[in-house]
Design a protein around this ligand. Structure first.
Ligand code: 4AD
Ligand code: MG
Length: 446
C-alpha cells in the first residue's frame, strides 16, 4: 500500500492509500467517526464507519484523544464538503493502527488560548493549523529567496556569528567572554563580512540568525531573527532597488503558487498579494517627510495626530510607516534618509552630506520596513572618520578598512528580515508567530 502525503492527495482519488499522522480533531456521529488527521503536509478528513471495522477498534476510535498518532489506510474520495488543507478530499478508514493513544489532558486543545499560555506551549502550539500554515509559508519564503539568488549569479557565503565588533550600533549587542581574546559579540548582521566576500566573488548573500539586544517590545521586534543579506559589487542604489523588487516579487509569486491553501486557511486576502509586481514606487525621504506633514495636518483625531507628528531628521516610527504605506498598494522604497539616523557605513549623498544613500523597503498594509539597505561608503578616510565618530574600536575594523585600500568599488547591499516578510505575506499581527521558537526580551523558553 502506498504511503502518501496529504499535500499530494489529489493524485490518489479512487485508490487505496495509507497516511501516517496525528488526530487533530474528532467528531462522533453514532455509527460514524470523523477524524481530522494531520500528517505534517496537510490536514485530511478520515471517516470511520462502524460496519467496516471490528468492534474493539471502532470503540477505541470513538474515545481517541487529540494528538494520538495513527496510521490509516483506506480509499481516497473527492468530497467538496470535506474540511482540511488542501480540503475537498477524505479517506474511508478500512484499517487503522494506533501508534500511541495520547494522554487525554492535551494542553493545546482546540480552543482559544491566551498568548502567554500559547507561547509557553510553543512546542505544541506549532501543531495548530494556523501556526503550521505560517511556518510552512516561512519555509517557502526561504526556499524562494535562495532560489532567486542562486539562479541570478549570487554565491552563498556564510558569515560568522561570533564577531569582534558592532555592525548596526553598539547599543544592541549581546556579548560573551571569548577565551583569552576578551569579548566577542553575537552578529547583528553579516554585512561587513559580505563586503569582503564580494571583492572575491562579485555577488554574494548570507542567510542566518542575527541578534539584537533590543529593548523594543513591539510586534515587529525579536532579539533573534533571520536575515537574508545580499551584497553586490559595482552596484549603486538604483541597481539595488531593481534587485530587491525582482526578488520580492519572485518570493510572493512562489508563495502564492505553492502555499495558496495555507494562506487561504489564514484568511489572507490573496488579491492584495497578486498585485505585487515591479516596479515598486520610489520616494525620497524628503518627499515622505512632506507627505507625513500633510497627513498630520489632515488628521482630525487628536490621539492619531499626536502619533503622526514628524519633522525632517526623525526616523520613522511604526505609525509613520503605516500611514505612508497606506498610500500605496505595493511595497514602497523610501531612499535618502538623514545620515544621523542610519549606520556608520553608508555612502553620503553627493553634495548633501546630511543625507545618505540608504533605502528601506516598506511593506503595504501597515507591515512597515521589511528591507534595509544602502550603497556603502567607498572612501577610506571618510570611513575611518565615521568609525571614530561612532565610537567604534578602530582595531576591530582594520580588515574592513583594508577593503577600501585594495580595489575599492561602488557597492551596495541590503538585509531582508524573514519574520517580517512572513508576517506580511500571512497577514498576521505579530512577528513572533513567524518563527518556530521566538526569542524576545521576555522569552527564551521553550
Ligand atoms: O535595517 P537593518 O538593521 O539593516 C542591517 O542590519 C544591515 N546591515 C543589512 C544590510 O544592509 N546587509 O535590518 C535589516 C532588516 C530590517 O529591515 C528588518 O526586516 C529586519 O532586518 N530586522 C528585524 N527583524 C526582527 N526583529 C528585529 N529586532 C529586527 N531588526 C531588523
Ligand atoms: Mg533598518
Amino acid at each position: 500500500m502506498a504511503i502518501i502525503r496529504v499535500e499530494e492527495i489529489s493524485n490518489f482519488v479512487g485508490q487505496e492509500a495509507t497516511i501516517q499522522g496525528w488526530v487533530y480533531n474528532r467528531t462522533d456521529k453514532g455509527k460514524l467517526v470523523f477524524l481530522l488527521v494531520r500528517d505534517g503536509s496537510g490536514f485530511v478528513q478520515c471517516v470511520a464507519f462502524k460496519g467496516d471495522l471490528d468492534e474493539a477498534t471502532f470503540d477505541q476510535l470513538v474515545r481517541l484523544p487529540q494528538e494520538s498518532s495513527v496510521v490509516i489506510t483506506g480509499p481516497v474520495r473527492e468530497d467538496k464538503r470535506a474540511p482540511g488543507i488542501p480540503g475537498g478530499y477524505e479517506i474511508g478508514v478500512k484499517h487503522v493502527e494506533i501508534i500511541q493513544a495520547a494522554d487525554a489532558d492535551y494542553p493545546m486543545a482546540l480552543k482559544d488560548h491566551g498568548v502567554d499560555f500559547a507561547l509557553d506551549h510553543r512546542h505544541l502550539w506549532i501543531r495548530m493549523q494556523s501556526q503550521w500554515a505560517v511556518l510552512r509559508v516561512r519555509a517557502a519564503v526561504i526556499a524562494a529567496m535562495r532560489e532567486w539568488l542562486d539562479s541570478n549569479g549570487f554565491v552563498n557565503m556564510d558569515t560568522p556569528i561570533l564577531t569582534p565588533a558592532a555592525c548596526e550600533g553598539t547599543s544592541t549587542l549581546f556579548e560573551t567572554e571569548y577565551f583569552d581574546e576578551g569579548k566577542a559579540y553575537l552578529a547583528q548582521s553579516g554585512q561587513l563580512y559580505n563586503e569582503a566576500n564580494i571583492m572575491a566573488f562579485g555577488k554574494v548573500y548570507c542567510f542566518g540568525p542575527t541578534f539584537r539586544a533590543e529593548k523594543s517590545k513591539t510586534r515587529r521586534h525579536l532579539t533573534e531573527f533571520w536575515m537574508l543579506e545580499p551584497e553586490i559589487a559595482f552596484c549603486n542604489l538604483d541597481g539595488m532597488m531593481e534587485i530587491e523588487e525582482q526578488m520580492v516579487t519572485h518570493i510572493v509569486q512562489r508563495v502564492l503558487r505553492d502555499r495558496g491553501p495555507e494562506l487561504k486557511s489564514l484568511g489572507r486576502d490573496l488579491g492584495r498579494l497578486e498585485k505585487i509586481a515591479p516596479p515598486f514606487p520610489r520616494i525620497s525621504y524628503d518627499d515622505a517627510a512632506k507627505k507625513l506633514k500633510e497627513l498630520y495636518e489632515a488628521e482630525t483625531d487628536p490621539e492619531k495626530k499626536e502619533l503622526l507628528k514628524f519633522d525632517w531628521g526623525m526616523d520613522f516610527g511604526a505609525p509613520h510607516e503605516t500611514a505612508l504605506t497606506a498610500l500605496y498598494e505595493k511595497p514602497v522604497f523610501v531612499y535618502g534618509y538623514p545620515t544621523a539616523v542610519k549606520a556608520f557605513y553608508m555612502e553620503p549623498w553627493p553634495g548633501r552630506p546630511e543625507v545618505c544613500k540608504s533605502v528601506d523597503l516598506l511593506a503595504p498594509e501597515g507591515y512597515g520596513e521589511i528591507i534595509g539597505g544602502s550603497e556603502r561608503m567607498s572612501s577610506h578616510d571618510l570611513l575611518l572618520q565615521r568609525i571614530h565618530e561612532h565610537n567604534l574600536p578602530e582595531e576591530a575594523f582594520k580588515w574592513y578598512l583594508d577593503l577600501r585600500k585594495f580595489g575599492s568599488v561602488p557597492h551596495s547591499g541590503f538585509g531582508m528580515g524573514v519574520e517580517r516578510t512572513v508576517a506580511w505575506l500571512c497577514g498576521i499581527e505579530h512577528i513572533r508567530e513567524a518563527i518556530a521558537f521566538p526569542r524576545t526580551i521576555k522569552r527564551v523558553y521553550p
